[in-house]
Write a protein that binds this ligand. Structure first.
Ligand code: KIV
Ligand code: NA
Length: 279
């Protein structure tokens, strides 16, 4: 499959072909997403939780994101690859935002960056896109601001709230974003926003009216122990945790019982060599 580019994504949008996006946080998770024919791979800052075991995304550093971006980028032969700017690395001013975006391209080897925010981020988006780095926007629920939003809440449930999300989406489009992630917004609101925009919307918890969808890979693959809280929008397409437990438990049991390794897993040397060695 040919490398997905900004033009490929534009063509999909024109044809109303849904854009598929999934997160990846290292070489294997990117490798499998790329092989499965995903259009866009996002190195989301959600890797703070799913790959590094942190409480929330505010803890992850630029250097840590860059290491993960680099490993993902080695695996994405066809998928368009996007790196997520972590909290604290872009909010100060457009210069800081551009400097961080450049590091993501030069050191992280991604084709695009994503940053959270609406109107207030427009000057930074303009600065980065003008420098030739494609920017993916992110409006609605912006997890990096969870403390200010009062937690993970659906955005745009009131007329005023919906207007705010629309204005933010229009502002990031105007500033030069090629697409925008719309997170945790009622389906009808996200569908109307999608109609009003001339760039693709990539929904997560935003219903079927968006131009594409994104999910966190570890969530949709069920790669976590049972009982963990999952947002309503997550559909679990596999149970990687159970499969991994099954395999590792079988290995443990076979080592304990002496079934593993069997003769087909072992090397042998000529008898006389072994005899000489013994003597
Ligand atoms: O960090 C992340 O994984 C994201 C997506 C869920 C949009 O920002
Ligand atoms: Na993110």
């Amino acid at each position: 499959r040919k490398k997905v580019t900004i033009s490929t994504l534009r063509a999909m949008y024109r044809k109303r072909e849904p854009i598929t996006m999934i997160t990846a946080h290292d070489f294997p998770s990117a490798h499998v997403a790329d092989h499965a024919g995903i259009d866009v791979v996002l190195v989301g800052d959600s890797l703070a939780m799913v790959a590094l075991g942190m409480e929330d995304t505010s803890e992850v550093l630029v250097e840590e994101m860059l290491l993960h971006c680099r490993s993902v980028s080695r695996a994405t032969k066809s998928a368009f690859t996007v790196g997520d700017l972590p909290m604290g690395s872009y909010e100060l001013n457009p210069e800081q935002a551009l400097a961080t975006a450049i590091r993501f391209v030069k050191e992280g080897r991604v084709q695009s960056i994503k940053l959270e925010g609406g109107k207030e981020m427009a000057p930074s988006i303009k600065k980065i896109t003008t420098a030739g780095i494609p920017v993916l926007g992110h409006v609605g629920l912006t997890p990096q601001r969870q403390n200010a939003l009062g937690g993970f809440r659906v955005q745009g449930k009131t007329k005023e709230g919906a207007l705010r999300v629309l204005e933010d989406a229009l502002a990031v489009q105007e500033a030069g974003c090629y697409a925008v992630v719309v997170e945790a917004v009622p389906e009808d609101v996200a569908a109307l926003i999608t109609e009003k925009l001339s760039i693709p919307t990539i929904g997560i918890g935003a219903g079927a009216g968006c131009s594409g969808q994104v999910l966190v890979q570890m969530d949709m693959l069920g790669n976590f122990p049972p009982g963990r809280f999952l947002p309503k929008f997550v559909k679990q397409y596999a149970n990687v945790w159970n499969e991994a437990i099954r395999g590792i438990e079988a290995y443990r049991d076979e080592v304990k019982s002496g079934q593993y390794p069997a003769s087909e897993h072992t090397y042998s040397a000529p008898k006389e060599e072994v005899e000489a060695f013994r003597a």
